[in-house]
Design a protein around this ligand. Sequence first.
Ligand SMILES: Cc1ncc(COP(=O)(O)O)c(C=O)c1O
Length: 450
Amino acid sequence: MAQTALKHPGTSHLEEAQQALRARTRRSQQMASDRAEVINGAMAASGIAPPPIFVAKNQGAMFEDLDGNTYLDTCMGFGVHILGHRPPSVESALRDQLTKGWHYSLRGEDQLAFANMILTASPANERVVLANTGTEATLYAIRAARALSGRTKIALFDISYHGAHDTALIWPGPGSTAEQLAPMTLGHGIPDCVVSDVLLLPYRSPRALEQIAEHAHELAAVLVEPVQGSWPEAEVGEFLQALRSLCDDLGLILIFDEVLTGFRLDFGGAQKRYGVEADLTTYGKIAGGGLPIGVVAGRANLMAAFSDFTGPHGIFFGGTFSGNPMSVAAGLAALQTLRADPEIYRRIGRLADRVRDEFNTFCVGQGYPPRIKSCGSMWQVFFRDEPLGGFDYAGKEAEGAFYLHCLNMGVFIHATHRCFFSAAHTEADADRVIAVFKAALELVREDGLL
Ligand SMILES: Cc1ncc(COP(=O)(O)O)c(C=O)c1O
């Protein structure tokens, strides 16, 4: 583990950590400036800035950067790599498919095996369509709900993430409270009519249920991320059950976006964990075994919308790469591995519970504000106690310093701050995370930032 250097008089721990990181990541720094000439986009910039780091290779729960430094990965491909990086079952399925080729305009036999596997995730999954990303999956599910209902407004919840298409990018703006949400778009370029076609609701609030009832006549669907990736908490069952029965009473389509929670909280996702079935469900991430995929599954009568766009409620659905053989081969191998070994879920959930409990106990004992929230193997350290309130909050400076110290001590937390354990993480990795987090917080405190 790389250690933070001793503090020199006149410099802060933060400055020392920044200098230490810069000194050991010279090739990454060069790559950052070379790429800045050619590639735009924050996500493409990779890692936490400053200093950005770039990956050379990865294996299990670890990756190596361009300068040969190794890190414990807690991002795991934004939750994709639940079996760790390069799991043998997926790698061998991919090698096998490589020898057969990757044809796009015609289908092979694996899509059927894959679709049958998706059916086993929930009794509500009676039919399946394949796309390329979670973004596409939620876009198609929304389009299908609009076509089927003949209405346009979509109810969705504050601080949910449903991908990068227009309807998904309506977010609570500054000054929003659970009583009064002020919708805004994430970034420009999204027409006002998209904002007015969204009913933004307070997640887990009885007020949301009242608003759904008030607007039922104009709603095409209620779209919910059952456990919010931005604020992962396990105590959501009652709310999801209330949503289900309200949608049943009002005849509304309930869409579960399980792109993140599907095959993560359980093989059957949030639906299995909380005993609630959706009408339409979107999957992605883990379902592709590490390669891009998007899936919409659901009740046969609703999924009929995908059959023929010239039909009465049919939608256009396409995609050159939809159902591509490499993703399907990788996804099938990953899902077979997960299905055969449900103990994985219990084990990685326990790792997250332990990190959360030990870290939170430490913080309470020391009087430090941060807390870990988690649901199963999804977890995150928070330096604020309120999900709303925008992107600026009191603990932001301490948070930035904390993550930088973690990186300097060899534990990588992506700039989204979302963390995931995988089957490749061990008890020793959890111990290391706890030790690094405690040490990082002490450095932040000594700098007077906590
Ligand atoms: C719940 C949820 N829905 C949709 C998406 C979008 O998926 P993708 O990034 O594959 O487009 C994400 C991605 O993080 C997600 O977490």
